[in-house]
Design a protein around this ligand. Structure first.
Ligand code: NAI
Length: 244
């Protein structure tokens, strides 16, 4: 990926941080973007410390004007990004009957509309170069459904539909658009699960363990690589066999 510019949203921690690290190790210059600039800078320092290229950027994917500014700046300085990983995401779980409109809105806005904002602004540079790799971080629950997560599931299922549609829109321009659908991954997002729920979940995973951020980042690196050039509109499941 030498000479390619990659941007990862929500890269201050967890799966996004790991994606930024593996893409940098593969040779890309990586923009580590999230709402917390200090945390992004710490990720960048780690990447640079290992001799790779990265820079930090403050980004709230819900703020379309802010997204436009960042991608506009990258278009001017580098001719745009070649690799976009739409990873930023939040969960606000509740049964539908108790779900507040603001929790519905926040999850759709971050997980789905955020990806639309970033893809919309990343595309002009990719179209010009006739090259691009877009990888959306969906979820196994976007395929199977999950009680207590209707907002999150609707956003992730929507992201899968978005992936397949944009893949068809831009395929003729050398741009691939794929999704990864991780299962149960050990990050901040899942750390507040009770021990009982954790055990129940692990017992349902054929490979017998929770996933790591690197398990997901490895799939993202593959989809971002030259070798994956004939794969588009695909949903790569990274879930230890939890759902097939
Ligand atoms: P995390 O909570 O550790 O990381 C989420 C990242 O998104 C953080 O860097 C956060 O600052 C960022 N973020 C949130 N809202 C943002 C916004 N408006 N603008 C910019 N950045 C924002 O969680 P994790 O697990 O690393 O999640 C990464 C992605 O993977 C999410 O899309 C999540 O839905 C997805 N995922 C996670 C799974 C898991 O089991 N942990 C399973 C399936 C999917």
């Amino acid at each position: 990926m030498k000479g390619k510019l990659a941007l990862v949203t929500g890269a201050s921690q967890g799966i996004g941080r790991s994606c930024a690290q593996v893409l940098a190790e593969a040779g890309a210059r990586v923009v580590v973007a999230s709402r917390n600039l200090e945390k992004c800078q710490a990720v960048v320092d780690g990447i640079r410390g290992r001799g790779h290229e990265a820079e930090a950027a403050r980004l709230d994917v819900c703020d379309y004007e802010g997204v436009r500014r960042l991608f506009g700046d990258l278009l001017q300085r580098f001719g745009g990004v070649e690799i976009l990983v739409n990873n930023a995401g939040i969960a606000r779980d509740n049964l539908l009957i108790r779900m507040k409109p603001e929790d519905w809105e926040a999850v759709i806005s971050t997980n789905l509309t955020g990806a639309y904002h970033c893809t919309r602004e990343a595309l002009p540079g990719m179209l010009k170069k006739r090259y691009g790799r877009i990888i959306n971080v969906a979820s196994v629950v976007g395929l199977m459904g999950n009680p207590g997560q209707c907002n999150y599931v609707a956003a992730k299922a929507g992201l899968i539909g978005f992936t397949k549609s944009i893949a068809r829109e831009v395929a003729s321009r050398g741009i691939t658009v794929n999704a990864v659908a991780p299962g149960y991954i050990d990050t901040e997002m899942t750390r507040n699960l009770s021990e009982a729920s954790r055990e129940r979940l692990v017992s349902a995973i054929p490979l017998g363990r929770v996933g790591t951020d690197l398990d997901v980042a490895s799939g993202v690196r593959f989809l971002a690589s030259e070798e994956a050039g004939y794969i588009t509109g695909h949903v790569l499941q990274i879930n230890g066999g939890l759902y097939t």
